[in-house]
Design a protein around this ligand. Sequence first.
Ligand code: SF4
Length: 372
Amino acid sequence: MCSQFGVSYWLASQPDTVVLQPTSLCPLACTYCYLPERHLKQDMAPAVAAAVAAGIEPGWSPVELVWHGGEPLAVGRARFVELLEPFEPLRQAGGIQHKVQTGATLITDAWCELFERFEIGVGVSIDGPRPVNERRVDRAGRPMFDRILAGIETLNRHDIPFIVLAVVGHDSTSQAASVLDFLRDVGTRWVGFNIEAKEGANVDGDTPPIDQARRFWRDTFTWCQHNREVTVREVDRLLGFLGLEPATRNADARHDLIPTIGWNGDVVLLSPELLGAREDRYRDFIAGNLLVDSLSTILSRAADLRYVQEFLIGLERCKATCEFFSYCQGAHAGDRYFEHGTFTATETEHCKTSVQAPVLALADLVNTEENR
Ligand code: SF4
């Protein structure tokens, strides 16, 4: 199995993003969650965080460290501070920036003080107003909406800006404007939409069909025209692509390996969703363990991994066959695997709803405008 262009053609020489799992535990039980071990409290040891910090090379451009879960705040403040401390020399030198992606239900004044002290960028997971947020529930099945809003209010009281990641399911594809109105009104100025897909433990992921997604994106583009104070990730990305010089637009991107560090130091590459997934054929996607090997050593062996090799072949197939490739650049490895059982696959439900549908939606709007 080999890729025509080679590893260095497709893979970036350093990661821009490193994802860390401070704990596998999450008090929520969202029905679409992809994490298999979210009911277990397995916390990262400070030695793992120290090994990550030691692996950030001095010559790298600044790295975004995303603390993601489980629910990262479920690790507790005392342990979180122990995990942050090894990064302090790097943070103060501008070599890293912390981000945390949280369900917000555990945010308190004390957490806000910690976010301020370590300059942690905050991302909140909320899907919109109460009716479209019903699948974010606790283990007893009780809606978490009010507790999420309470966390957001605490952030607002501390003037801590936050971004939002929102899952879009069947029920919200017809409600883009009301979802965005709500998210703007609770105070965010940046939204990323994740259209529901089959991933990890969410084996029954109920992906909306492309026509529904196309409508969602049409309504989102229209909303953004009248609400310039809010950036929607997918709109920003597509308009940015269209504004590029043609030579840049047609160049192939280098893919970030996105090393994702589990609570026990295990490292998976390419997709955080692969962490905790089990598959003998791919040796559970584990590229190495930071308590055994350095991050550089693990990254240098990436091309030996069967799933990385397959992903490169998938990228080349996308480049050869897909009319959306110059914009898409090949989309997510994890979605290929969770849908097709192999990384050599090309089209997925995710790429139809989250890559192709926004492009088609923008074309719909341009054509409507031209025909007026
Ligand atoms: S839209 Fe899908 S098939 Fe096309 S390049 Fe992207 S991932 Fe590949």
